[in-house]
Write a protein that binds this ligand. Structure first.
Ligand SMILES: [Zn+2]
Length: 322
């Protein structure tokens, strides 16, 4: 991986892959603005700029190029791309294998800039296990994720449904990233409870698992304590973008508390781009930790920033015993 910061959790998801009328698993009330609408209106000027950028990009390659430019501006040397498996639910019109190939081509165009994770919808059954193995062996994917229990309606501790995938991860010597947040107001989140990963960690002690989004918003104490106490469990800070001072402080406080405990070796920066790109670009959000933290009453040493923005991801990726 190229020197510099690492974004441990992003997506290179092209709108052109989506079905004309994607089937969404969650219900929404038409009379109220949804979660993504609130993201898109939090900072209207940034949202307008992002809309202009996206409408100017004519191909997936141009889209990827724009994200790499943004990584350069933010001092991000490498990023972990989580390829979501949303074919079975009808969200993508493009076969998932084609998507995995397109993302792998972007990685090949930018050597050392991307590490790829392949999310598997466990409803694929044995074919999902085969798909994971092919993605690793034929396309060079290096982890399983982002797993989406709330979209795919499974519990991550379901031995019958998900353990065959974990066993394959152990065999392939790759880590796992699974969502432990909720989509506000839209999906049933209880299957994302980090507590469900306790049994998985117990049954697979040598499997590195990232509690993606660190239990936001209901369970971040649980996620923080799991990552502090249990070898093998990590957290990332994907989805923590906010504009209000209370939530920015909460984010910095989580990071500070992690750094004051053994979790200092477990917490990883993640943007979840492009989900929050209409609110912050990479540089602006990183600056809140690197440059603006004292304004909110927090300080981080250069060693702590190095752990958060790079070294912990390297351990997460490479730390699974052979
Ligand atoms: Zn994500």
């Amino acid at each position: 991986m190229r020197p510099g910061r690492i974004d441990a959790h992003m997506h290179l998801e092209w709108a052109g892959w989506r079905a004309a009328k994607p089937v969404r698993p969650q219900r929404t009330r038409k009379s109220r603005p949804g979660w993504l609408e609130s993201v898109a209106t939090a900072r209207p000027e940034r949202a307008a700029e992002y809309r202009r950028l996206v409408s100017s990009l004519k191909s997936y390659d141009e889209y990827a190029d724009a994200f790499v430019r943004e990584m350069d501006e933010a001092g991000i040397g490498a990023a972990c791309v989580h390829a979501m498996d949303r074919e079975l639910e009808g969200y993508y019109r493009v076969p998932y294998w084609d998507i995995l190939q397109q993302i792998a081509k972007v990685r090949d165009r930018y050597p050392d800039r991307f590490v790829l994770f392949c999310g598997i919808d466990p409803r694929r059954g044995a074919r999902g296990v085969e798909l994971l193995e092919r993605a690793v062996k034929e396309l060079g994917y290096r982890g399983m994720g982002e797993m989406l229990p709330h979209y795919h309606l499974f519990s991550p501790d379901d031995a019958r449904v998900v353990y065959p995938l974990y066993r394959k991860c152990m065999e392939l010597n790759i880590p796992v990233s699974t969502n432990t947040s909720s989509i506000p107001g839209a999906a049933i989140a209880k299957v994302c409870d980090p507590m469900l990963l306790e049994a998985v960690n117990f049954d697979f002690p040598d499997l590195n698992i990232c509690l993606s989004s660190a239990g936001l918003p209901y369970w971040f104490e649980t996620a923080l304590m799991f990552a502090t106490q249990k070898p093998g469990l990590y957290i990332d800070t994907a989805d923590w973008q906010a504009v209000d001072e209370y939530n920015i402080r909460l984010y910095l406080q989580l990071l500070r508390r992690a750094m004051d405990s053994a979790c200092r070796y477990k917490i990883m920066y993640g943007s979840d781009n492009p989900v929050y790109r209409a609110m912050y670009n990479q540089k602006e959000w990183i600056d809140i930790v690197v440059n603006d933290a004292p304004k909110y009453g927090f300080q981080f040493t250069s060693e702590e920033l190095d752990l958060y923005f790079r070294r912990n991801f390297e351990d997460f990726l490479n730390g699974v015993p052979a």
